[in-house]
Design a protein around this ligand. Structure first.
Ligand SMILES: [Zn+2]
Length: 282
């Protein structure tokens, strides 16, 4: 829990922070992305990301995405396996020690076997939900993939799951924050960078516009909690432009590519955004 006073920011060494785009889902309509009818026509297609926080030898991978089987089963376009996306930044997934799972949905917690040395950080409530009686209901289990859950259980029995409850400082400059609603135990990740604290919302807001309009993405566990989560994200971030949504293709336009070779694949979230909040949330 957040019971100790955080270190003064001047004492925190900043992380490099990246969004890595590994899959996409085209042909969607705007109405697929908002629970309530919305006159806007923006934000139809979904992109899929994992995130990387790196500070010298310290590497935190945030989420593990999905592989080809899940892409085929759900009609998504896999652009590259998450492990291959990480390799583009010189990160060897087989050596990664710390992985945060924001939640256990199929697009965030697949490919665990690509991270054989990792400890996985997960909220207790997410684990209980994904393996408990709620999964008797087909609609509730639809966003999960049983093979991922089996792999999660194997990691648990390997002693490689670290459970968290609520808010926790995982390292100086890297916090986990429970922001449930989309799923029972979703956690956002707050990372200190050269431009201050940046909040990786994951699916606490799929698009900038879900939060801006307080109109949730239609996959949800607890609507009231999800709406409260938007306020929580805004509390955690120095400004809305320090919040990074979980699936918005605008993220690729909002931030500079990490190199020209990785244009459209990897952007630097620790750099100032190139677009205003108003443009992003439109
Ligand atoms: Zn997702």
């Amino acid at each position: 829990m957040a019971d100790s006073a955080p270190a003064p920011e001047t004492e925190i060494a900043p992380f490099e922070l990246y969004a890595l785009r590994y899959a996409t889902h085209g042909g969607r309509k705007a109405k697929d992305n908002f629970l309530y009818a919305d006159p806007h026509e923006s934000g139809a297609d979904l992109d899929y990301f994992i995130w990387l926080a790196r500070r010298g030898e310290e590497v935190f991978v945030i989420d593990t995405g999905f592989g080809q089987e899940a892409a085929d089963a759900r009609g998504r376009t896999l652009l590259r396996r998450p492990v291959d996306a990480l390799a583009l930044l010189g990160v060897d997934a087989s050596a990664v020690a710390q992985v945060v799972l924001t939640h256990l949905h199929y697009d965030h917690a697949g490919t665990l076997s690509d991270f054989p040395k990792a400890r996985f950080h997960l909220q207790v409530d997410e684990a209980g939900h994904a393996t408990g009686p709620c999964m008797c209901d087909a609609k509730a289990r639809a966003p999960f993939d049983v093979e991922n859950i089996v792999a999660y259980i194997r990691s648990l029995y390997d002693g490689r799951i670290e459970f968290h409850r609520g808010d926790v400082e995982l390292a100086s400059g890297l916090w986990l924050h429970a922001v449930p609603g989309h799923s029972a135990g979703l956690q956002a990740v707050r990372v200190f960078t050269e431009r201050g604290w940046v909040v990786l919302a994951s699916d606490a807001t799929h698009f900038y516009a879900n939060m801006e309009r307080r109109n949730p993405f239609p996959v949800l566990y607890d609507e009231a909690a999800l709406i409260r989560g938007y306020s929580r994200l805004l509390e955690l971030a120095p400004s809305p432009n320090h919040i990074v949504p979980g699936h918005d293709p605008a993220v690729m336009r909002a931030y500079p590519a990490s190199s020209t070779a990785l244009e459209g694949i990897v952007v630097r979230l620790d750099a100032e955004p190139l677009l205003s909040w108003e443009a992003l949330a439109r």
